[in-house]
Design a protein around this ligand. Sequence first.
Ligand SMILES: NC(=O)C1=CN([C@@H]2O[C@H](COP(=O)(O)OP(=O)(O)OC[C@H]3O[C@@H](n4cnc5c(N)ncnc54)[C@H](OP(=O)(O)O)[C@@H]3O)[C@@H](O)[C@H]2O)C=CC1
Ligand SMILES: O=C(O)C1=N[C@H](C(=O)O)C[C@H](O)C1
Length: 242
Amino acid sequence: MTNIGIVGSHGRMGVALAAAISEAGQHHHGIDKGGNVAKLAERSDVLVDFSSPAALEATLDACIAAKKPIVIGTTGLEERHHYLIDDAAKDIAVLQTGNTSLGVTLLAHLVREAAARLDADWDIEVLEMHHRAKVDAPSGTALLLGQAAAEGRGIDLDRCSERGRDGLTGARCHGKIGFASLRGGTIAGDHDVIFAGPEEMLTLSHRAENRMIFARGAVKAALWLIHQKRGRYRMAEVLGLS
Ligand SMILES: NC(=O)C1=CN([C@@H]2O[C@H](COP(=O)(O)OP(=O)(O)OC[C@H]3O[C@@H](n4cnc5c(N)ncnc54)[C@H](OP(=O)(O)O)[C@@H]3O)[C@@H](O)[C@H]2O)C=CC1
Ligand SMILES: O=C(O)C1=N[C@H](C(=O)O)C[C@H](O)C1
């Protein structure tokens, strides 16, 4: 039986993850803010993090010290967090993703394909809606989908993204990838990638009906990751889509 350590165990995802781990016949234990992450890492075969970007550095240090792999599902990560992940991946296996579901992983693949085939006359906009308690925007999934679109089009997302329009913005910049975020109610996570072309529009969408889709995907990723060498991995590799 695999022992999976949960960082953020009492949160919305932590609770769903514990249910998915039990469903898969595995064992779980976890911590929340103020918990001893070093002890958690020592006692676990693999960690799964659904907490806060503020927890990441200490969590990675604990995983490196205990030589344990980790799945990072926390979103709202900044550039410095990605450097920390790249550094950690020199010592341990790390999988970081803004979305652990099968549907979104496949959607990212389709978005990359569509963006590669449609020229820059097709404006790309990513629209997401989440529950009222979500603290980061755009969602990690929206950024992951924007990245897939940028890869398909062969452009750099950091230079080409347009976030949060307000006021007298001027006309849309040619070739940019736009992001819009809506918040309200209890929505688990809705994402649309819109390709708006000359007189026609293509929309690729995903609707999460329940957090269990993320939790089951995270368990699958964790059980896969314990057999991998050190390095940085993506969800597409777990699901054989890369
Ligand atoms: N990749 C994916 O597929 C998905 C990613 N997410 C992401 O997962 C994260 C968590 O989401 P959600 O469960 O809704 O959020 P919640 O706010 O419900 O839960 C966060 C949990 O993390 C704990 N926490 C906060 N800081 C620390 C810390 N320093 N050390 C350990 N635990 C800590 C909190 O504990 P306390 O209450 O004590 O502060 C809480 O239990 C978000 O970034 C979200 O975007 C969500 C769904 C899917
Ligand atoms: O905070 C959430 O709830 C979710 N966060 C992830 C994100 O930021 O994309 C994944 C999912 O959409 C739910």
